[in-house]
Write a protein that binds this ligand. Structure first.
Ligand SMILES: [Zn+2]
Length: 266
């Protein structure tokens, strides 16, 4: 059984022209699949292109809350037409960020709700970015239910985690839990039900502690993140790899469909 990096911005400028090497390294480390969420209009074509080039990459399409200020009037219609035309495994990366960008809260909420509705229309899960806004996200998910998905880089309370799990979500853990002062995230990683956890690098963001300031976060770091998590939970690494792999497929079931249909083509 192999790992899935459930959140990686492989289309980021930092990785330009190096994606092939990065993917090769990831595969050598046992990271079999990589999920790339789009963040804005421009990235839609980039993530689709990457998945065409690298069959172990899967993408989500959506507008990230931190990029909503740059959106054009017809962007949501464009998202709708892309969801119709292409094969995203989720709507994402969507969500609310009241930490970095709080001056446009109501616009963020409006775009988030529109994207929840689109996810529902297309029967897709969502990949969410949530910062200092979990209660608002929960409120909107209750009003506009979707078929679950992933709350990536989760950093809320235990109670908020449980509410997201009840709404069908898995919670993403990655580099942030590897810092010694990150005791809250570590506690969550230790006590949440193992079935609700997925692993991610969020590369190039959130480098794990061992990379220091100089190091570059890539999907190939995921095995060490998984080992850190296994140690935290007192589990063996093989079980962590197997269970987190299955959890990711459960959250994003279209991956299985796409793999099956591409096998049938050969
Ligand atoms: Zn992200």
């Amino acid at each position: 059984m192999t790992l899935i990096d459930s959140h990686c911005h492989l289309d980021a400028l930092e990785f330009l022209h190096e994606q092939e090497l990065i993917i090769k390294d990831a595969l050598e480390q046992g990271v079999e699949k990589i999920i790339i969420p789009a963040v804005n209009r421009k990235s839609f074509d980039d993530v689709i292109e990457l998945s065409k080039k690298f069959p172990n990459c899967f993408y989500a399409l959506g507008f990230h809350p931190m990029y909503i200020g740059d959106m054009k009037k017809d962007d949501l219609e464009i998202l709708q037409s892309y969801l119709k035309t292409y094969e995203p495994i989720a709507v994402g990366e969507i969500g609310l960020d009241f930490f970095v960008t709080k001056e446009n809260q109501s616009l963020q909420e409006e775009v988030f709700v529109s994207q929840l509705k689109l996810a529902n229309d297309f029967d897709l899960p969502v990949i969410m970015h949530v910062r200092q806004a979990i209660d608002d996200v929960l409120k909107n998910l209750r009003r506009y239910p979707v078929k679950g998905g992933i709350a990536h880089a989760f950093n809320g309370s235990l109670q908020q985690a449980q509410m997201l799990i009840e709404l069908g979500f898995k919670l993403g853990f990655g580099g942030a839990m590897t810092y010694s002062r990150a005791t809250h995230i570590q506690t969550l990683a230790k006590i949440l039900p193992i079935e609700s956890i997925v692993l991610e690098t969020d590369a190039p963001d959130i480098p794990p502690s061992w990379l220091g300031h100089e190091g570059r976060n890539v999907p190939g770091e995921l095995p060490r993140i998984a080992a850190y998590f296994a140690e935290l939970r007192g589990m063996d690494l093989a079980s962590v790899i197997e269970i987190s792999h299955q959890n990711t497929l459960d959250a994003l079931p279209k991956i299985v469909q796409l793999c099956t249909s591409s096998e049938n083509l050969h």
